[in-house]
Design a protein around this ligand. Structure first.
Ligand SMILES: Cc1cc2nc3c(=O)[nH]c(=O)nc-3n(C[C@H](O)[C@H](O)[C@H](O)COP(=O)(O)O)c2cc1C
Length: 123
């Protein structure tokens, strides 16, 4: 399962291209199963507010974070939401993606997803 947040459509596009089961993060969304999170970066390298709220109640099921950003904001804050989430919730940072990403990003996300949920099933 993928949980995602998108404001201007880049992450939504990534999710649609991945073709994996996905749920958009909303006010009352609760997931009771493991998931990968895909989010955008807000502010100056910040976690979007609704993503922070979502993680407060669902963070324990999050197996990895993929972040979309725009490198024009500067190297030190590029995809900063991913660094912050990884640090605060001890979640592996799987990939930083420039805007809608490139084929190698999709490949890396698919590989991580397969590995993650294959391992999850045998537990
Ligand atoms: C107000 C605002 C602040 C942003 N701040 C950052 C930032 O600090 N670092 C970064 O890498 N990208 C930043 N971005 C870029 C977005 O994270 C990036 O465009 C992302 O692909 C948007 O995903 P979405 O279209 O799914 O909302 C910012 C965008 C906006 C509009």
């Amino acid at each position: 399962m993928i949980a995602y947040a998108s404001r201007t459509g880049n992450v939504r596009y990534i999710v649609s291209r991945l073709g994996l089961p996905a749920a958009e993060i909303g006010a009352d969304v609760t997931l009771e199963e493991p998931f990968l999170l895909i989010t955008y970066t807000d502010g100056i390298g910040e976690i979007p507010h609704q993503v922070k709220q979502f993680l407060e109640s669902n963070g324990a099921y999050c197996r990895g974070v993929i972040v979309s950003g725009n490198s024009n904001f500067g190297h030190h804050v590029f995809g900063g939401a991913g660094d912050a989430i990884s640090q605060q919730w001890q979640i592996p940072l799987v990939r930083k993606v420039e805007m809608r990403g490139f084929p190698e990003d999709y490949e890396a996300i698919h590989q991580y997803y397969e590995r993650c949920f294959r391992e999850e099933r045998v537990r």
